[in-house]
Design a protein. Structure first.
Length: 426
Protein backbone atom coordinates (compact mmCIF):
# COMPACT_ATOMS: atom_id res chain seq x y z
CA UNK A 1 0.00 0.00 0.00
CA UNK A 2 1.18 3.49 -0.74
CA UNK A 3 -0.42 6.88 -0.79
CA UNK A 4 -0.76 8.16 -4.31
CA UNK A 5 -1.10 11.52 -5.97
CA UNK A 6 -4.44 11.49 -7.72
CA UNK A 7 -3.25 13.46 -10.74
CA UNK A 8 -0.54 10.97 -11.65
CA UNK A 9 -3.07 8.14 -11.83
CA UNK A 10 -5.73 10.11 -13.65
CA UNK A 11 -8.03 10.21 -10.64
CA UNK A 12 -7.70 13.83 -9.66
CA UNK A 13 -10.89 15.32 -8.29
CA UNK A 14 -12.41 18.75 -7.91
CA UNK A 15 -15.20 19.91 -5.67
CA UNK A 16 -17.62 22.18 -7.44
CA UNK A 17 -19.36 24.79 -5.28
CA UNK A 18 -22.98 24.68 -6.30
CA UNK A 19 -26.34 25.83 -4.99
CA UNK A 20 -26.93 26.48 -1.31
CA UNK A 21 -28.17 23.55 0.72
CA UNK A 22 -31.64 24.92 1.55
CA UNK A 23 -33.79 23.17 4.13
CA UNK A 24 -32.29 19.97 5.58
CA UNK A 25 -33.70 16.76 4.15
CA UNK A 26 -34.08 13.37 5.77
CA UNK A 27 -32.96 11.01 3.01
CA UNK A 28 -32.49 7.36 3.81
CA UNK A 29 -32.59 3.98 2.13
CA UNK A 30 -35.74 2.02 2.93
CA UNK A 31 -34.47 -1.10 4.74
CA UNK A 32 -35.82 -4.61 4.64
CA UNK A 33 -38.71 -4.88 7.08
CA UNK A 34 -39.80 -7.48 9.60
CA UNK A 35 -38.01 -10.81 9.58
CA UNK A 36 -36.04 -9.82 6.49
CA UNK A 37 -34.00 -7.40 8.57
CA UNK A 38 -32.37 -10.41 10.30
CA UNK A 39 -31.03 -11.89 7.06
CA UNK A 40 -29.54 -10.79 3.72
CA UNK A 41 -32.67 -10.86 1.54
CA UNK A 42 -31.64 -8.71 -1.41
CA UNK A 43 -28.86 -6.99 -3.32
CA UNK A 44 -26.53 -5.27 -0.79
CA UNK A 45 -28.35 -6.74 2.18
CA UNK A 46 -31.10 -5.58 4.54
CA UNK A 47 -29.88 -1.97 4.50
CA UNK A 48 -29.55 -1.96 0.71
CA UNK A 49 -26.15 -0.32 1.23
CA UNK A 50 -23.75 -3.17 1.96
CA UNK A 51 -23.75 -2.70 5.74
CA UNK A 52 -24.05 -5.61 8.17
CA UNK A 53 -25.14 -5.30 11.77
CA UNK A 54 -22.64 -6.02 14.53
CA UNK A 55 -21.73 -9.67 15.01
CA UNK A 56 -18.90 -12.10 15.54
CA UNK A 57 -17.66 -11.99 11.96
CA UNK A 58 -14.09 -13.06 11.18
CA UNK A 59 -12.05 -10.46 9.36
CA UNK A 60 -9.35 -12.93 8.32
CA UNK A 61 -9.72 -15.87 5.96
CA UNK A 62 -8.11 -17.79 3.12
CA UNK A 63 -9.19 -20.76 1.03
CA UNK A 64 -8.56 -22.86 4.15
CA UNK A 65 -8.60 -20.51 7.17
CA UNK A 66 -12.03 -19.96 8.81
CA UNK A 67 -13.77 -21.93 6.03
CA UNK A 68 -16.78 -23.68 7.55
CA UNK A 69 -17.78 -25.19 4.24
CA UNK A 70 -17.14 -24.83 0.53
CA UNK A 71 -19.37 -26.26 -2.20
CA UNK A 72 -19.25 -26.14 -6.00
CA UNK A 73 -21.79 -23.91 -7.74
CA UNK A 74 -23.01 -25.34 -11.04
CA UNK A 75 -23.25 -23.27 -14.18
CA UNK A 76 -22.01 -19.70 -14.47
CA UNK A 77 -23.17 -16.50 -12.83
CA UNK A 78 -22.05 -13.37 -11.02
CA UNK A 79 -25.11 -12.72 -8.89
CA UNK A 80 -24.61 -12.39 -5.16
CA UNK A 81 -26.07 -14.90 -2.71
CA UNK A 82 -29.08 -13.92 -0.65
CA UNK A 83 -30.03 -15.55 2.66
CA UNK A 84 -33.33 -16.15 4.43
CA UNK A 85 -33.57 -18.32 7.53
CA UNK A 86 -31.90 -21.64 6.69
CA UNK A 87 -31.67 -21.11 2.94
CA UNK A 88 -29.32 -19.48 0.44
CA UNK A 89 -30.47 -18.49 -3.04
CA UNK A 90 -28.34 -17.85 -6.14
CA UNK A 91 -28.95 -17.50 -9.85
CA UNK A 92 -26.94 -19.33 -12.48
CA UNK A 93 -26.92 -20.17 -16.21
CA UNK A 94 -25.94 -23.00 -18.51
CA UNK A 95 -25.19 -23.51 -22.21
CA UNK A 96 -24.16 -19.90 -22.80
CA UNK A 97 -27.38 -18.53 -21.38
CA UNK A 98 -29.83 -20.93 -23.01
CA UNK A 99 -30.87 -22.22 -19.58
CA UNK A 100 -31.12 -20.07 -16.45
CA UNK A 101 -32.20 -20.93 -12.95
CA UNK A 102 -32.54 -20.11 -9.27
CA UNK A 103 -30.54 -22.38 -6.96
CA UNK A 104 -31.52 -23.05 -3.35
CA UNK A 105 -28.88 -24.33 -0.93
CA UNK A 106 -29.08 -25.40 2.69
CA UNK A 107 -27.44 -22.71 4.79
CA UNK A 108 -25.83 -24.98 7.38
CA UNK A 109 -23.81 -27.17 4.98
CA UNK A 110 -24.32 -25.74 1.49
CA UNK A 111 -26.25 -28.81 0.29
CA UNK A 112 -28.32 -28.21 -2.83
CA UNK A 113 -32.04 -28.41 -2.02
CA UNK A 114 -33.56 -27.60 -5.40
CA UNK A 115 -33.12 -25.76 -8.68
CA UNK A 116 -35.93 -23.92 -10.45
CA UNK A 117 -35.41 -23.36 -14.18
CA UNK A 118 -36.82 -20.33 -16.00
CA UNK A 119 -38.76 -20.96 -19.22
CA UNK A 120 -36.73 -19.82 -22.23
CA UNK A 121 -38.93 -17.62 -24.41
CA UNK A 122 -36.74 -15.55 -26.71
CA UNK A 123 -33.22 -15.83 -28.22
CA UNK A 124 -30.20 -15.50 -25.96
CA UNK A 125 -28.83 -11.97 -25.74
CA UNK A 126 -25.18 -11.07 -26.31
CA UNK A 127 -23.17 -10.38 -23.15
CA UNK A 128 -19.76 -9.18 -22.06
CA UNK A 129 -17.45 -11.72 -20.39
CA UNK A 130 -17.65 -9.98 -17.01
CA UNK A 131 -21.42 -9.89 -17.16
CA UNK A 132 -22.98 -13.18 -18.28
CA UNK A 133 -26.59 -14.34 -18.12
CA UNK A 134 -27.07 -14.53 -14.34
CA UNK A 135 -25.72 -11.27 -12.93
CA UNK A 136 -28.78 -9.78 -11.24
CA UNK A 137 -29.06 -10.72 -7.57
CA UNK A 138 -32.43 -12.25 -6.60
CA UNK A 139 -34.59 -11.03 -3.74
CA UNK A 140 -37.01 -12.71 -1.35
CA UNK A 141 -39.81 -11.91 1.08
CA UNK A 142 -39.53 -15.23 2.91
CA UNK A 143 -42.33 -16.84 0.87
CA UNK A 144 -41.21 -16.38 -2.72
CA UNK A 145 -37.97 -15.72 -4.59
CA UNK A 146 -37.81 -13.17 -7.42
CA UNK A 147 -35.09 -12.99 -10.07
CA UNK A 148 -34.59 -11.07 -13.30
CA UNK A 149 -32.95 -12.79 -16.27
CA UNK A 150 -33.08 -10.21 -19.07
CA UNK A 151 -34.59 -11.76 -22.20
CA UNK A 152 -35.70 -14.74 -20.11
CA UNK A 153 -37.85 -12.39 -18.06
CA UNK A 154 -38.81 -11.74 -14.46
CA UNK A 155 -39.35 -15.02 -12.62
CA UNK A 156 -40.97 -15.89 -9.29
CA UNK A 157 -40.91 -19.25 -7.52
CA UNK A 158 -41.94 -20.38 -4.06
CA UNK A 159 -39.63 -21.73 -1.33
CA UNK A 160 -39.97 -25.24 -2.78
CA UNK A 161 -38.82 -24.11 -6.23
CA UNK A 162 -42.26 -24.21 -7.84
CA UNK A 163 -42.98 -21.58 -10.48
CA UNK A 164 -45.48 -18.96 -9.25
CA UNK A 165 -45.37 -16.55 -12.19
CA UNK A 166 -43.17 -15.47 -15.08
CA UNK A 167 -43.27 -12.20 -17.04
CA UNK A 168 -41.34 -11.61 -20.25
CA UNK A 169 -40.61 -8.42 -22.18
CA UNK A 170 -39.73 -9.58 -25.66
CA UNK A 171 -36.30 -9.58 -27.23
CA UNK A 172 -34.09 -6.81 -25.87
CA UNK A 173 -30.70 -5.80 -27.18
CA UNK A 174 -28.75 -4.50 -24.19
CA UNK A 175 -25.16 -3.41 -24.73
CA UNK A 176 -22.93 -5.95 -22.85
CA UNK A 177 -26.00 -7.77 -21.47
CA UNK A 178 -28.30 -7.19 -18.50
CA UNK A 179 -27.74 -7.19 -14.75
CA UNK A 180 -30.60 -5.47 -12.92
CA UNK A 181 -31.34 -6.80 -9.43
CA UNK A 182 -35.10 -6.63 -8.77
CA UNK A 183 -36.35 -4.47 -5.91
CA UNK A 184 -39.08 -5.63 -3.55
CA UNK A 185 -41.11 -2.65 -2.40
CA UNK A 186 -44.22 -3.37 -0.31
CA UNK A 187 -46.60 -5.37 -2.54
CA UNK A 188 -44.59 -4.99 -5.74
CA UNK A 189 -41.42 -5.97 -7.57
CA UNK A 190 -39.67 -3.18 -9.49
CA UNK A 191 -37.10 -3.46 -12.27
CA UNK A 192 -35.71 -1.16 -14.92
CA UNK A 193 -34.12 -2.11 -18.22
CA UNK A 194 -32.41 0.24 -20.65
CA UNK A 195 -31.76 -1.30 -24.05
CA UNK A 196 -31.51 -0.55 -27.75
CA UNK A 197 -34.42 -2.58 -29.18
CA UNK A 198 -37.56 -1.12 -30.73
CA UNK A 199 -39.75 -2.12 -27.78
CA UNK A 200 -38.04 0.60 -25.73
CA UNK A 201 -36.46 1.00 -22.31
CA UNK A 202 -38.66 1.04 -19.22
CA UNK A 203 -39.03 1.02 -15.46
CA UNK A 204 -41.93 -1.10 -14.24
CA UNK A 205 -43.68 -2.49 -11.17
CA UNK A 206 -45.38 -5.88 -10.87
CA UNK A 207 -47.66 -7.38 -8.24
CA UNK A 208 -45.40 -9.64 -6.21
CA UNK A 209 -48.07 -12.33 -5.78
CA UNK A 210 -49.37 -12.56 -9.35
CA UNK A 211 -46.83 -10.84 -11.61
CA UNK A 212 -49.52 -8.51 -12.93
CA UNK A 213 -48.06 -5.28 -14.33
CA UNK A 214 -49.05 -2.38 -12.05
CA UNK A 215 -47.37 0.36 -14.03
CA UNK A 216 -44.72 0.77 -16.70
CA UNK A 217 -42.96 4.03 -17.51
CA UNK A 218 -41.07 4.40 -20.81
CA UNK A 219 -37.48 5.60 -20.72
CA UNK A 220 -35.25 7.09 -23.44
CA UNK A 221 -31.90 5.82 -22.13
CA UNK A 222 -30.26 2.96 -24.06
CA UNK A 223 -27.23 1.78 -22.04
CA UNK A 224 -26.81 0.73 -18.42
CA UNK A 225 -26.57 -2.10 -15.90
CA UNK A 226 -27.86 -0.59 -12.66
CA UNK A 227 -30.57 -1.56 -10.19
CA UNK A 228 -33.38 0.52 -8.64
CA UNK A 229 -33.46 1.46 -4.97
CA UNK A 230 -36.22 2.73 -2.67
CA UNK A 231 -35.55 5.76 -0.49
CA UNK A 232 -37.55 7.84 1.93
CA UNK A 233 -37.33 11.62 1.51
CA UNK A 234 -38.85 13.42 4.47
CA UNK A 235 -41.14 10.43 4.96
CA UNK A 236 -42.23 10.12 1.31
CA UNK A 237 -41.03 7.12 -0.66
CA UNK A 238 -39.29 7.36 -4.02
CA UNK A 239 -37.81 4.86 -6.46
CA UNK A 240 -34.36 5.96 -7.63
CA UNK A 241 -32.77 4.94 -10.93
CA UNK A 242 -29.21 6.08 -11.65
CA UNK A 243 -28.70 5.69 -15.37
CA UNK A 244 -27.17 6.94 -18.59
CA UNK A 245 -26.63 10.71 -18.29
CA UNK A 246 -29.30 11.25 -15.63
CA UNK A 247 -30.63 10.17 -12.23
CA UNK A 248 -34.43 9.80 -11.91
CA UNK A 249 -36.85 9.58 -9.00
CA UNK A 250 -40.19 7.83 -9.63
CA UNK A 251 -43.38 7.68 -7.59
CA UNK A 252 -43.67 4.03 -6.47
CA UNK A 253 -47.48 4.24 -6.67
CA UNK A 254 -47.78 5.05 -10.38
CA UNK A 255 -44.30 5.38 -11.92
CA UNK A 256 -44.52 9.12 -12.57
CA UNK A 257 -41.23 11.05 -12.62
CA UNK A 258 -40.84 13.18 -9.49
CA UNK A 259 -37.48 14.76 -10.28
CA UNK A 260 -34.31 14.16 -12.25
CA UNK A 261 -30.71 15.30 -12.23
CA UNK A 262 -28.24 15.37 -15.12
CA UNK A 263 -24.54 14.71 -14.67
CA UNK A 264 -23.97 10.97 -15.09
CA UNK A 265 -21.89 9.65 -17.95
CA UNK A 266 -23.07 7.12 -20.51
CA UNK A 267 -22.21 3.85 -18.71
CA UNK A 268 -23.75 3.39 -15.27
CA UNK A 269 -23.54 0.26 -13.11
CA UNK A 270 -23.16 1.27 -9.42
CA UNK A 271 -26.22 1.31 -7.17
CA UNK A 272 -26.71 4.63 -5.32
CA UNK A 273 -26.47 4.96 -1.55
CA UNK A 274 -28.33 7.43 0.67
CA UNK A 275 -27.74 9.39 3.86
CA UNK A 276 -26.91 12.82 5.29
CA UNK A 277 -29.76 14.33 3.29
CA UNK A 278 -28.15 13.20 0.02
CA UNK A 279 -28.17 10.56 -2.68
CA UNK A 280 -24.71 9.47 -3.86
CA UNK A 281 -24.64 8.31 -7.50
CA UNK A 282 -21.57 7.13 -9.42
CA UNK A 283 -21.11 6.63 -13.14
CA UNK A 284 -18.72 5.95 -15.95
CA UNK A 285 -15.16 4.75 -16.21
CA UNK A 286 -13.86 8.16 -15.07
CA UNK A 287 -16.63 9.45 -12.84
CA UNK A 288 -18.32 11.56 -11.75
CA UNK A 289 -19.84 10.93 -8.35
CA UNK A 290 -22.81 13.20 -7.63
CA UNK A 291 -24.14 14.05 -4.16
CA UNK A 292 -27.73 15.06 -4.90
CA UNK A 293 -30.43 16.60 -2.72
CA UNK A 294 -33.79 15.22 -3.88
CA UNK A 295 -36.21 17.90 -5.04
CA UNK A 296 -38.83 18.50 -7.71
CA UNK A 297 -38.51 18.73 -11.47
CA UNK A 298 -35.06 19.13 -13.00
CA UNK A 299 -32.63 19.69 -10.10
CA UNK A 300 -29.44 19.54 -12.17
CA UNK A 301 -28.46 23.18 -11.54
CA UNK A 302 -29.81 23.58 -8.03
CA UNK A 303 -29.48 20.42 -5.95
CA UNK A 304 -26.03 18.93 -6.50
CA UNK A 305 -24.31 19.49 -3.15
CA UNK A 306 -20.93 18.27 -4.36
CA UNK A 307 -19.39 16.45 -7.27
CA UNK A 308 -16.11 14.68 -7.85
CA UNK A 309 -15.09 14.75 -11.47
CA UNK A 310 -12.95 11.60 -11.44
CA UNK A 311 -12.15 8.64 -9.23
CA UNK A 312 -15.61 7.08 -9.16
CA UNK A 313 -16.20 3.35 -9.71
CA UNK A 314 -17.25 1.86 -13.02
CA UNK A 315 -18.67 -1.44 -11.68
CA UNK A 316 -18.67 -1.60 -7.84
CA UNK A 317 -21.18 0.44 -5.85
CA UNK A 318 -19.99 2.91 -3.19
CA UNK A 319 -20.19 2.22 0.55
CA UNK A 320 -21.64 4.82 2.92
CA UNK A 321 -20.64 3.95 6.48
CA UNK A 322 -21.27 6.62 9.09
CA UNK A 323 -19.84 9.99 8.11
CA UNK A 324 -17.71 8.68 5.25
CA UNK A 325 -18.25 7.30 1.79
CA UNK A 326 -15.81 4.81 0.28
CA UNK A 327 -15.40 3.81 -3.35
CA UNK A 328 -12.92 1.99 -5.55
CA UNK A 329 -11.85 3.19 -8.97
CA UNK A 330 -11.74 -0.26 -10.53
CA UNK A 331 -9.89 1.03 -13.59
CA UNK A 332 -6.71 1.68 -11.57
CA UNK A 333 -7.37 -0.22 -8.28
CA UNK A 334 -7.51 2.91 -6.12
CA UNK A 335 -9.75 3.20 -3.06
CA UNK A 336 -10.87 6.66 -1.94
CA UNK A 337 -12.58 7.93 1.20
CA UNK A 338 -14.58 11.19 1.25
CA UNK A 339 -16.44 12.98 3.98
CA UNK A 340 -20.01 12.28 2.89
CA UNK A 341 -21.57 15.65 3.72
CA UNK A 342 -18.93 17.80 2.03
CA UNK A 343 -17.06 15.59 -0.44
CA UNK A 344 -13.78 16.48 1.27
CA UNK A 345 -11.08 13.96 0.41
CA UNK A 346 -9.88 12.00 3.45
CA UNK A 347 -7.48 9.53 1.85
CA UNK A 348 -6.72 7.74 -1.37
CA UNK A 349 -4.76 4.48 -1.75
CA UNK A 350 -4.01 1.85 -4.33
CA UNK A 351 -4.90 -1.65 -3.16
CA UNK A 352 -3.18 -4.47 -5.00
CA UNK A 353 -1.83 -4.27 -8.50
CA UNK A 354 -3.01 -1.61 -10.91
CA UNK A 355 -5.35 -3.59 -13.16
CA UNK A 356 -7.91 -2.26 -15.59
CA UNK A 357 -11.34 -3.46 -14.45
CA UNK A 358 -9.70 -5.15 -11.44
CA UNK A 359 -12.71 -4.93 -9.07
CA UNK A 360 -16.32 -6.01 -9.59
CA UNK A 361 -17.70 -6.86 -6.13
CA UNK A 362 -19.19 -4.00 -4.14
CA UNK A 363 -17.62 -3.22 -0.74
CA UNK A 364 -19.23 -4.09 2.58
CA UNK A 365 -18.89 -2.63 6.05
CA UNK A 366 -19.10 -4.41 9.41
CA UNK A 367 -17.68 -3.93 12.91
CA UNK A 368 -15.80 -0.72 12.11
CA UNK A 369 -14.05 -2.16 9.05
CA UNK A 370 -14.58 -1.90 5.30
CA UNK A 371 -13.89 -4.78 2.93
CA UNK A 372 -12.99 -4.44 -0.76
CA UNK A 373 -12.63 -7.62 -2.84
CA UNK A 374 -10.93 -7.62 -6.22
CA UNK A 375 -11.51 -9.98 -9.14
CA UNK A 376 -8.61 -12.22 -8.08
CA UNK A 377 -10.30 -13.01 -4.77
CA UNK A 378 -8.15 -10.70 -2.65
CA UNK A 379 -10.07 -8.85 0.07
CA UNK A 380 -8.45 -5.69 1.44
CA UNK A 381 -9.51 -5.11 5.03
CA UNK A 382 -9.35 -1.45 6.05
CA UNK A 383 -10.24 0.43 9.21
CA UNK A 384 -13.29 2.61 8.66
CA UNK A 385 -12.67 6.30 9.20
CA UNK A 386 -10.83 9.38 7.99
CA UNK A 387 -7.32 7.93 8.41
CA UNK A 388 -6.15 5.21 6.08
CA UNK A 389 -5.23 1.99 7.85
CA UNK A 390 -4.73 -1.25 5.96
CA UNK A 391 -5.23 -4.07 8.46
CA UNK A 392 -4.52 -7.08 6.26
CA UNK A 393 -5.40 -8.81 3.00
CA UNK A 394 -7.35 -12.07 2.67
CA UNK A 395 -7.10 -14.28 -0.39
CA UNK A 396 -9.42 -17.02 -1.65
CA UNK A 397 -7.16 -17.57 -4.69
CA UNK A 398 -10.16 -17.76 -7.00
CA UNK A 399 -11.84 -15.35 -9.40
CA UNK A 400 -14.50 -13.41 -7.47
CA UNK A 401 -16.94 -11.01 -9.12
CA UNK A 402 -19.97 -11.38 -6.81
CA UNK A 403 -20.54 -9.34 -3.64
CA UNK A 404 -20.76 -11.21 -0.31
CA UNK A 405 -23.71 -11.79 2.02
CA UNK A 406 -23.27 -11.53 5.80
CA UNK A 407 -25.62 -13.16 8.33
CA UNK A 408 -25.19 -14.27 11.95
CA UNK A 409 -21.40 -14.00 12.02
CA UNK A 410 -20.91 -15.79 8.70
CA UNK A 411 -19.77 -14.61 5.30
CA UNK A 412 -21.22 -16.22 2.16
CA UNK A 413 -18.88 -15.56 -0.74
CA UNK A 414 -19.50 -16.70 -4.30
CA UNK A 415 -16.43 -17.23 -6.46
CA UNK A 416 -16.31 -18.33 -10.07
CA UNK A 417 -16.69 -22.00 -9.12
CA UNK A 418 -17.68 -22.22 -5.45
CA UNK A 419 -19.73 -20.83 -2.61
CA UNK A 420 -17.80 -20.37 0.64
CA UNK A 421 -19.15 -20.07 4.14
CA UNK A 422 -16.62 -18.15 6.23
CA UNK A 423 -16.97 -18.08 10.01
CA UNK A 424 -15.62 -19.13 13.36
CA UNK A 425 -16.09 -22.75 14.34
CA UNK A 426 -18.40 -23.25 17.33
Amino acid sequence: MRRIAGLSLGVAFWLLPLASSGEPLDVRMIPAEGEGAKYWPRWRGPTGQGLAGPGNYPDKWSDTENVLWKVPVPGAGNSSPIVWSGRIFLTTSYDKGKRRSILCLERSKGKKLWESFVPAIVPVENVKDKNGWASGTPTTDGERVYAYFGNHGLYCCDFDGNKVWHETFGEMDAYHGMSCSPLLYKDRVIIFQDHRSASGSFVAAFDKKTGKELWKTPRTEKVGWGSPIAVSVNGKDQIIVSSEFRVYAYDPADGKVLWSCAGNLVEVTPTPVAGHGLLFCCSGRVGPTLAIRPGQGDVSKTNVAWRTIKGAPFIPSPLLDGDYIYMVNDIVSVITCFEAKTGKLQWQERCGQELKHGFSASPVGVNGKVFFTNDDGETFVLAAGPQFKHLHTNNLSEKTLASPALVDGKWYIRTERHLYCIGFKD
